[in-house]
Write a protein that binds this ligand. Sequence first.
Ligand SMILES: Nc1nc2c(ncn2[C@@H]2O[C@H](COP(=O)(O)OP(=O)(O)OP(=O)(O)O)[C@@H](O)[C@H]2O)c(=O)[nH]1
Length: 522
Amino acid sequence: MRFRSPFTFKLRQLILLLAITATAAILFSGLYISYQVQKERVIEDTLKSNHVFASKLASATDHFLAAAMQQLEFSAKIIAKDITNTELLQAETNRLLKQTNSFNSVVINKLGVLKAASPASLNIINKRVDSPHSKQAFKLQRPLISRPYVSLANNLMVIISYPLFDEAGNYYGYIGGSLYLEQQSILNALLKQHSYDGGAYFYVVADDKTLLYHPVSERIGEVGQNNPVINRVLKGEDGHARVINSLGMHMLAGFSPVKLANWGVVAQRSEVATLATLDTFQGLLLKRMLPIVLITFVLIGVLAHFIAKPLRLLADSANLSTDQQNVANLKSIKSWYFESQQLKAAMLEGVNILQSKMGQLRQDALTDPLTGAHNRRGLYLLLDKLIQEQVPFAVLEIDIDFFKRVNDTFGHDVGDEVLKTLTCVIKQVSRKDDIVARTGGEEFLLILPNENSDSAFVIAERLRNEVANTPMAKVGCINVSIGIATWPQHSDDIDQVYKCADKALYHAKETGRNKTVIASLN
Ligand SMILES: Nc1nc2c(ncn2[C@@H]2O[C@H](COP(=O)(O)OP(=O)(O)OP(=O)(O)O)[C@@H](O)[C@H]2O)c(=O)[nH]1
């Protein structure tokens, strides 16, 4: 039995392992790479679209502010014609409110006294207004957009103002429009109409980082944290960036400045929300691919089985046994690809060589090397078979007469040639089923199956005469003496039969040689 380590893998398992590992590696690395590429793409697209959105909104806000400023300029020109006429001032502020619908307007003279307001409120006309914006407007005497501030009526607002000069060019004050940030205002209405969906939103910041607009209205008026995107947009930069917002979320932000007011618009979407669709898609892809992957694995398994089968069968037959069954098994293995065919051919060749070598060895073990006749072991094997099959036979013990003289006279080599020639003569006289054996120096046995003493005697005499009439090289003619015994007539013990034949031969020698003697039956 061959020893097999418990850690020895079979070829089929290895092919399977290799193929499945390779398939899984290709599949998952493909999925991973495609996910990464798509992720980068989606992020890039989102950043760009957020930037485009922020740019459009910033441009719309710029246009809105420019238009508001133009309206104020137009009113300023009308007022300049009769600047002390408070009715005219009131009429103009009323017209402005009506024209813009939610653009509350005021006229404030250079002393800070409110001269007209729409919607009109008796309580505030002729009252002093002391806002930072007024001070700046009086000082700069030019069109201005204020920073967000809390008004007397506790409203968070932005003022857009235009300077008023009389026809002589003397500075009078300014006409201003207020935009309420927390309440419904024309600015709010403008921004709200640009809804942004899919988890995206935008906000607008003033130059002091105050939130002018935010979808969560409670946050309007809040001063922005140290947000890099706000910092960049307030520096006038236009672009996009990945940023972490105040809640610690990774955001994909596009930003664009509102140049006229030095405000900034930021449109952003969380990275998680952006990639959620991609994750769902990837999950769906994996789900759809799973049956194909499983089928592939099954096919790999079947293929691995067919690839490994011939090699496994060859390995099972690789004991180089010359047993016929093993050789037949080896021949029946279907080697359907080159390597297994080569291996099978090599193994069959090896078995053939082994078979012929073993046959030769077996033959050598049973044959006399000088004459090619059976040796004693070969003879016994064949006799055992005859005895087993109960085939009667005669034993002829043949001995050369005075062979010593041949050796002494002509040498040992010539003696060897005589032994070989005698073997040929014995074989010529005998039949196919007879057994020729050399059992001693110049002693031969000829076994004649199915012959009795009498018929064996006739054959022995024919042989003796044939020998006597066959000249041997250098030596000339020689003679042989023959003793005959039969199995089972003389004895059913083969050794006893030999002894009988031996006795008969001895008798032939004693009584003059060159004769045949049948052993007596007693
Ligand atoms: N050349 C040769 N001679 C052998 C071989 N084996 C035995 N002999 C010789 O055979 C001879 C047998 O001689 P003996 O037993 O005295 O018998 P013999 O001379 O034949 O006389 P008888 O048998 O009594 O007629 C001896 O000289 C052996 O050396 C062999 O293989 N080759």
